[in-house]
Design a protein around this ligand. Structure first.
Ligand code: ATP
Length: 237
């Protein structure tokens, strides 16, 4: 196994309040990794720090052996770490195609962008059917797919997802998780933040449980699913 991302003693504060209190974990290349925990545990804050959108107050983030913790968000995207934001952040008055093209803003390889678009349409065919429609007219599930498609247009090596199943009907939740598995099979590594702990751990090889800014459990997804502590706290056991 090859370590893709190494997070060491990462802390992030909002003013005087430390939301992430010195966490350390590693992601292996080719994996789906889940970071799960309750509302307010620090999952989103962690992702925002990995993307460079929030500054760490201490600690280090290494991607493919390079310290990326002081890089600007666009530089981090160029290294191949791309986030699908919580709440999707779709541009509703632009078309589906325009939203996808925005995802490739930092790329110059015109032919590569065109082939990425074909890959996204193959993976998410409904986006192709709706390419010329305003993104605001898509359903919630389709908007989530568009947010994922837009991130893929940046040609990521590691995709960071913040609660992709949030607010979706169960059938769409299943579809999102199936899509993530397909994306992973195509060769991308995935870091998935979820409150839907059961589904996330089911598809993740490795998982971490975060509580009030600290990682309290780390194991394979299967082991965590079977762990009575996880069961009691997150699976309604
Ligand atoms: P959620 O599922 O609600 O997004 P989370 O696990 O992602 O939960 P965070 O959003 O990272 O949790 O929040 C961690 C802590 O930081 C919480 O106590 C939260 O209230 C606090 N927090 C988050 N954003 C801010 C902010 N902009 N200013 C101050 N405190 C914040």
């Amino acid at each position: 196994m090859t370590t893709l991302l190494r997070v060491s003693d990462l802390a992030v504060a909002y003013g005087h309040i430390e939301a992430v209190k010195g966490i350390s974990f590693e992601l292996q290349a080719g994996d789906i990794t889940a970071l799960v925990g309750a509302n307010g545990a620090g999952k989103s804050t962690t992702l925002l720090a990995l993307s460079g959108l929030l500054k760490a107050s201490r600690g280090k983030v290494e991607f493919e052996g390079e310290d990326i913790s002081r890089l600007a968000p666009n530089q981090i995207v160029q290294r191949g770490v791309v986030q699908v934001p919580e709440g999707r952040a779709i541009l509703t008055t632009m078309t589906v195609l325009e939203n996808l093209q925005l995802g490739a803003y930092s790329r110059k390889d015109v032919a590569g962008i065109a082939s990425s678009l074909e890959e996204v349409f193959a993976l998410l065919p409904r986006l192709k059917d709706r390419a010329t429609q305003y993104a605001g007219n898509l359903s919630g599930g389709e908007q989530q797919m568009l947010a994922i498609g837009r991130a893929l247009m940046a040609k990521p090596k590691l995709l960071l997802l913040d609660e992709p199943s949030m607010g979706l009907a169960p059938i769409l939740v299943q579809e999102i998780f199936r899509t993530l598995v397909a994306i992973n099979r195509s060769g991308l590594s995935v870091l998935l933040v979820e409150q839907n702990v059961r589904q996330a751990l089911k598809i993740a090889r490795q998982g971490f449980v975060i509580e009030t800014g600290r990682i309290v459990l780390a194991d394979t997804g299967a082991q965590l699913l079977a762990d009575p502590r996880v069961e009691a706290a997150y699976l309604g056991g």
